[in-house]
Ligand binder design. Structure first.
Ligand SMILES: C[S@@+](CC[C@H](N)C(=O)[O-])C[C@H]1O[C@@H](n2cnc3c(N)ncnc32)[C@H](O)[C@@H]1O
Ligand SMILES: [Zn+2]
Length: 272
């Protein structure tokens, strides 16, 4: 098991109630099967991360297969570089990508962390054979050099922590929106819409091994459109009236456009 104690950083062992380290720090396992490894003093707010409405919105759009072409590409990358491996999904949300990958590459062992408890709860409830913890990306409760591939999909990550948990030669997969992603929503909401910034092409201590884009169009009905707005910062950005009008549209065709970069860790860092 890769989980470590968020207080003393020693390995956690499973017992009847949950998880504990040799220093008797113990963490209950929730009935859904996840463990909360985010101590109160590491929280910056009462309920950090995405709220329940965003989590549910994301689940609805994932159920409607809006992001499936992206999930298929990510799965093929994992198959090529890291089958039979330990995968860490940082900022896993309600678990969609990890769930898709574990179903299509069943030899992987998947660990997911997210700072939002409601997201982890839903992920653990849905994907019972994976391992989930509530935790922040700044201090991963993951043992050093235990992960073969860490992925970060539209989520924040901390390079030094990714480097620490990856084994030497391990991979880091970063995925984000390409410049024109959801352009139709932006033009509907803003007077002067801006394209997304391009994903970075360098990570210290790693080499860029492969990169790519995924582009397609998708038609959404009104329920899917509303769920997408709820799941994204569009829920509270842009013109309020324009947003209200957009929410009433019967359907919309959207540009779905993503960039991904696969980095390979060159050597294990000497400092932890
Ligand atoms: C845009 S969502 C993406 C979720 C998932 N990767 C997906 O694509 O479906 C960003 C996620 O990052 C989580 N998050 C935000 N800040 C975080 C942090 N400091 N540590 C871990 N997770 C964080 C949020 O709670 C949210 O679930
Ligand atoms: Zn401990």
């Amino acid at each position: 098991m890769v989980w470590i104690c968020p207080i003393c950083e020693l390995g956690l062992d499973r017992n009847t109630q949950g998880w504990s380290c040799v220093n008797q720090h113990s963490f209950d396992e929730a009935k859904e099967g996840y463990v909360n490894l985010l101590p109160a003093h590491q929280k910056r707010s009462k309920n950090p991360g995405d709220n329940l409405k965003m989590v549910q919105g994301r689940r609805t759009i994932h159920d409607s297969q809006l992001y499936q072409p992206l999930a298929e590409v990510l799965s093929s990358i994992v198959k090529q570089y890291a089958d039979s491996s330990a995968l860490l999904d940082i900022g896993c949300g309600e678990g969609y990508y990890g769930g898709f990958i574990a179903r299509t590459v069943p030899t992987v062992t998947l660990y997911g962390i997210d700072i939002a408890k409601s997201a982890v709860k839903l992920a653990a409830k849905t994907y019972c054979d994976q391992h989930f913890a509530v935790a922040g990306a700044r201090r991963l409760p993951v043992a050093t050099s235990t992960i073969d591939l860490a992925m970060c999909i539209f989520s924040p990550s901390t390079d030094s922590e990714v480097a620490r948990v990856l084994r030497s030669g391990g991979h880091y997969l970063e995925v984000g929106p390409a410049p024109s992603h959801l352009w139709e929503l932006k033009t509907a909401l803003y007077d002067q819409p801006h394209e997304h910034k391009a994903l970075r092409r360098a990570v210290s201590g790693s080499t860029l091994t492969q990169e790519g884009e995924v582009n397609y169009e998708k038609q959404l009905n009104n329920a899917q459109l509303r769920a997408l707005i709820d799941a994204t910062p569009f829920a509270f950005r842009g013109h309020r009236e324009k947003r209200a009008q957009l929410r009433e549209q019967a359907s919309v065709t959207l540009t779905m456009s993503f960039s991904w970069r696969l980095f390979t860790q060159m050597k294990q860092p000497t400092t932890v």
